[in-house]
Design a protein around this ligand. Structure first.
Ligand SMILES: Nc1ncnc2c1ncn2[C@@H]1O[C@H](COP(=O)(O)OP(=O)(O)O)[C@@H](O)[C@H]1O
Ligand SMILES: O=P(O)(O)O[C@H]1O[C@H](CO)[C@@H](O[C@H]2O[C@H](CO)[C@@H](O)[C@H](O)[C@H]2O)[C@H](O)[C@H]1O
Length: 561
């Protein structure tokens, strides 16, 4: 643990003049911040070879009350350079907590960056999210729609409809939500009303409005869809002639027991208790829940579809040649990166994963041919803005209903890619993949399945998945209604769903190789399922003049390991 009595940063200046002390800034950039960032879950550059950290911009956030000196935090925009590829920018709010004062706050060890002395005052430089004064200042600025002029541009605090008028006094207490994710989450309690607002500070920054703010504010302010936490405001860095940078977004806090991923895991445990007794039983309430989630998903898509025709950010669009080309290029690029990643990591995979990886590699030409079909196939369905990274972990369970969160899109894609309109079947594919993940996670070595014979487990799991998938699809399409311009006909639905299922599983393969190697089998198995479907289409259509040989699916028969 960090020794808070040691002082690693000493400056003759006071904290508020940090920026004028070039030696202190260099020490932060070279010695103090790099190791700190590498301990943070939200720093996505950990696995890359970092070449420099540069404090690029520093914005002031004055605290709300208190004496004039030392009473502000800095919003530091840190540029990180790498030996390979593009630089990244991260948001790091900094504040100084003087030690030995009657009101010195307790700072969690993970928030302490370094011990420091500023103008003979001894204290700690901390990630300001752990400093109540900073959190209070953010809330005050949001409720008062402040504009804070900075050396470069201004910080504008926007209010959203989800912020109640009577909460404008700014009297709140706050805490950091203890979730380790790609961003940081702060929660504000309003006196007498409990925890009411949830503020996400984005860590990796982009020179563009975050898609999450666009989607959540649209759904709150321009639609009737109420199964998201209402948009309550955002913090934006604005500069003349340059696109805005979104630094944070506030929503209503949602009381939740857990998310749909955990709930599905509990449902699966129930299901698995009966399996050793050769009973196949899924409770009715499980089907009810799957149907309800499908319905909420479809209602979200209908709300996004119903944008005003002149709202170019949201209005539906056809499958243009440009879009088709974009998808094909992106797919080919993704496939190449994944094949390389698999080759580099092949020897680290267990025997089943190696067999699955082998079939995937063998299927390359067939996949290419299938994806290529996207170029010319007549498609009259429509594309809209979608969630973009939809899975069961993005759905909070509230009593008997659901609330959908985290509209930031796929972490691996650029911000402009995340704003591209797709068929909503891409989100549907995300949900279906997630059910497949849930059952597969149990299948591959969980305590609940330890005593079940593998072949039997495989059979019942597949049956469970197909029933759940079909229940979801039926309820989803029924809610959308037929005919509907989003989906021209069932053959388009089937084709698009296969494309997005394949793309999602291939995307997941990279996520698992990088973060959870033991789960690499799960997306590989998902890829196999799509490959089987593609084979069926090829076989059923003798008119297709394909030279490609049949795949060696026999490799996938269970083997004693
Ligand atoms: N409005 C909300 N109310 C309550 N909890 C929330 C809310 N939004 C998110 N959370 C909780 O915070 C976690 C992180 O939020 P998420 O939007 O997924 O952040 P990230 O972009 O960092 O992945 C979620 O898994 C959920 O538990
Ligand atoms: O961090 P995010 O929520 O933005 O999403 C990333 O991490 C997810 C894992 O937490 C990952 O989702 C994959 O694993 C889930 C189970 O943990 C499963 O339900 C999803 O279907 C599967 O895609 C997601 O892909 C990644 O972008």
């Amino acid at each position: 643990m960090f020794d808070s009595t040691a002082s690693n940063l000493t400056s003759q200046q006071s904290w508020v003049h940090l920026i004028q002390d070039h030696d202190a800034i260099r020490l932060l950039e070279i010695t103090i911040l790099p190791p700190y960032l590498n301990t943070c879950r939200w720093f996505a550059g950990k696995a890359r070879q970092q070449s420099y950290f540069r404090i690029q911009f520093v914005h002031d956030i004055p605290f709300i009350s208190g004496p004039e000196t030392d009473e502000k935090a800095f919003l530091v925009i840190l540029k990180v350079g790498y030996l390979d590829g593009e630089t990244e920018s991260y948001l790091l709010p900094l504040s100084f907590v003087e030690l030995g004062q009657p009101d010195t706050p307790e700072i969690l060890p993970k928030g302490i960056i370094t011990g420091a002395v500023f103008n003979q005052k001894r204290g700690l430089v901390v990630d300001a999210i752990y400093d109540e004064r900073f959190r209070g200042a953010l809330y005050f600025n949001l409720v008062n729609q402040q504009v804070l002029l900075q050396k470069t541009g201004q910080l504008t605090f926007h209010r959203g409809r989800g912020l109640a008028d009577d909460d404008s006094t700014g009297e709140v207490t706050s805490r950091v939500l203890p979730v380790d994710s790609s961003n940081s989450a702060l929660v504000f309690s309003v006196p007498g009303q409990g925890e009411k607002y949830f503020l996400k500070l984005y860590r990796k920054l982009f020179q563009e409005t975050n898609p999450e703010v666009e989607l959540v504010s649209f759904l709150t302010e321009k639609s009737q869809f109420s199964h998201i936490p209402a948009y309550a405001g955002s913090v934006v860095w604005e500069q003349e002639g340059v696109p805005d940078v979104t630094l944070g977004m506030m929503q209503r806090m949602v009381e939740n027991r857990h998310d749909s991923w955990n709930q599905t895991g509990d449902d699966l445990n129930d299901f698995l208790y009966a399996v050793p007794h050769r009973l196949f039983s899924i409770k009715e309430e499980v089907f009810d829940r799957v149907e309800l989630l499908a319905k909420r998903t479809a209602q979200m898509h209908l709300a996004l579809f119903n944008a005003e025709p002149d709202d170019s950010l949201f209005s539906p669009e056809p499958f243009t040649d440009d879009y088709r080309e974009f998808i094909i290029q992106r797919f080919e690029n993704l496939l190449e990166r994944r094949y390389n990643l698999l080759i580099d990591n092949y020897t680290k995979l267990d025997p089943l994963a190696q067999r699955l990886a082998w079939v995937f590699m063998e299927a390359k030409e067939m996949i290419d041919e299938f994806v290529d079909d996207f170029r010319n196939r007549p498609l009259e369905s429509l594309r809209i803005r979608i969630h973009g990274d939809y899975h069961l972990g993005q759905v909070l369970v509230t009593g008997t209903d659901f609330i959908i969160i985290d509209f930031e899109g796929e972490p691996e894609s650029s911000i402009s890619e995340r704003k591209i309109k797709h068929s909503p079947l891409k989100d549907v594919a995300g949900a279906i993949r997630s059910y497949h993940y849930a059952v597969s996670a149990k299948l591959f070595g969980s305590v609940e399945t330890a005593g079940i014979e593998p072949d039997h487990l495989q059979r019942v799991s597949e049956r469970w998945f197909k029933l759940i998938r079909d229940t979801f699809m039926d309820a989803y399409l029924e809610t959308i209604g037929s005919p509907h311009p989003l989906f021209k006909n069932s053959s388009e639905v089937n084709f698009l769903l296969l494309i997005y299922l394949l793309e999602k599983a291939v995307y997941e393969l990279g996520y698992e190789i990088n973060y959870r190697p033991a789960w690499v089998k799960i997306p590989l198995k998902g890829i196999m399922d799509v490959i089987r479907e593609i084979e069926k289409i090829r076989i059923a259509d003798p008119a297709r003049d394909s030279e490609l040989p049949r795949l060696q699916m026999g490799l996938l028969q269970p083997k004693k390991e």
